[in-house]
Write a new protein. Structure first.
Length: 397
């Protein structure tokens, strides 16, 4: 993802076109230069790394700066311990204050750092030359480059193109997505769960799926976080095999109306996501592992890709299946809520199996009425899932 100042979309009539680098010679040359420079900057402060990369790029400022920011975001920086740095600052500043109060008329104008350090114990020998990192190493600009990413020239250009499209999707009202192929359909539904997106299936056959995905403007809480998840979802779409088509109306600050961003498998985007046979969120895999370590074999938990069909072309997508002997509980984790999703929950309440629970993350003051209306199927969580909380759910049926 890139900050808005590095986004360079064009708006022609009613269409939104993200900036797309086709990989001409100057672009490839600059990308190669930036990638090749990074290993030589290991150990340098982040501020200096960024400045060196900016001086090395030879494209138009916004494109070159965008490539630099992508690389910076992919680098690993090492931060000094915040507590140690804060204590070190306090010691040095206190001693410096005493130093400047000395009534010594012979006080030299040179070597102040050395004289202050001489009156303190425990400072590293090189602190005068490296004061910025030693005293302010907990600040982002002074973090040291620990390692540079393994990145190909084409890989960097592909990341740039994806980031330009993601910048539009962060502001999308919604996404209309159509996919072809049985394999694509199953994987797409997994990905929607993985990124916690809210969606409605418009039509589905064995080999075709049309879905409507809510945009961040529809979300009742944490809309910005949802927008980031929606943008992160885009490279996963690009990774689908076969035919797909995406349309998204986008609201642009300072412009009236909506602009349509449209792309397909033929638009030239390439994903950096690895191919996966299963999409399950790490947080769910972790809680499943803890649950089984704590309670198996009497109680067990598994991530699931099972689909529970409802009437009117609707489908339940549980994330977990909890078992205790012959008892089984389906669990769906609902990270975000929109007015449309709220209405969907109420409309499907009578169809929900008795052993189905939907876990909603949010504040009781905002959702208690809905929880009461959906009882016992909707359970409110104010924090992350834990193994004991899942056991409590299973014990309650």
């Amino acid at each position: 993802m890139l900050a808005s100042k590095y986004q360079l979309p064009r708006f022609v009539k009613s269409k939104a076109h993200p900036k797309f680098l086709k990989g001409d010679t100057p672009q490839k040359t600059t990308a190669e230069s930036l990638i090749g420079l990074l290993p030589n900057l290991v150990g340098e402060p982040k501020e200096q790394v960024e400045q060196a990369l900016l001086e090395a790029q030879e494209l138009s400022p916004k494109i070159g700066e965008g490539l630099v920011q992508l690389l910076i975001n992919l680098c690993e920086f090492e931060s000094a311990d915040s507590k140690t740095a804060a204590e070190q600052r306090e010691r040095v500043f206190d001693q410096a204050a005493l130093y400047w109060k000395q009534p010594d008329p012979q006080l030299s104008t040179e070597g102040h750092r050395h004289k202050i350090a001489a009156s303190l114990k425990g400072l590293p020998d090189q602190w005068e030359e490296d004061a910025g990192h030693l005293l302010f190493g907990d600040l982002p600009s002074n973090q040291r480059l620990k390692s540079s990413p393994e990145m190909s020239v084409q890989g960097l250009l592909d990341r740039y193109n994806l980031a330009q499209a993601q910048g539009l999707l962060v502001r999308a009202d919604s996404i209309q997505l159509e996919v072809q192929g049985h394999e694509n359909i199953g994987q797409l539904l997994q990905m929607l769960k993985f990124f916690g997106l809210l969606f409605e299936i418009k039509s589905q056959t064995q080999d075709q799926l049309s879905i409507y995905i809510d945009g961040p403007t529809s979300i009742l809480e944490t809309a910005r976080s949802y927008g980031v998840e929606l943008a992160n979802f885009f490279p996963a779409i690009v990774n689908l095999k076969g035919s797909w088509n995406l349309k998204a109306p986008v609201k642009v600050a300072g412009k009236s109306g909506r602009f349509i961003f449209e792309c397909s498998q033929n638009s030239g985007f390439r994903s950096h996501y690895p191919q996966r046979s299963q999409w399950s969120a790490d947080r769910l895999l972790e809680v499943v592992d803890r649950f089984n370590q704590k309670y198996a074999p009497r109680l067990t938990a598994d991530c699931t890709n099972y689909l529970l069909p409802l009437r009117n072309n609707q489908t339940l997508l549980p994330d977990l299946c909890l078992k205790s002997g012959q008892r089984k509980l389906w669990v769906q984790w609902l990270k975000y809520l929109s007015p449309a999703k709220k209405q969907w929950l109420l409309s499907t309440k009578k169809q929900l199996p008795a052993n189905y629970r939907i876990l909603l993350k949010g504040k009781p003051a905002n959702h208690q009425t809905l929880v009461d209306q959906m009882a016992p199927h909707l359970v409110l969580f104010s924090s992350q899932l834990t193994a004991p909380s899942l056991k409590k759910l299973l014990d309650s049926i």
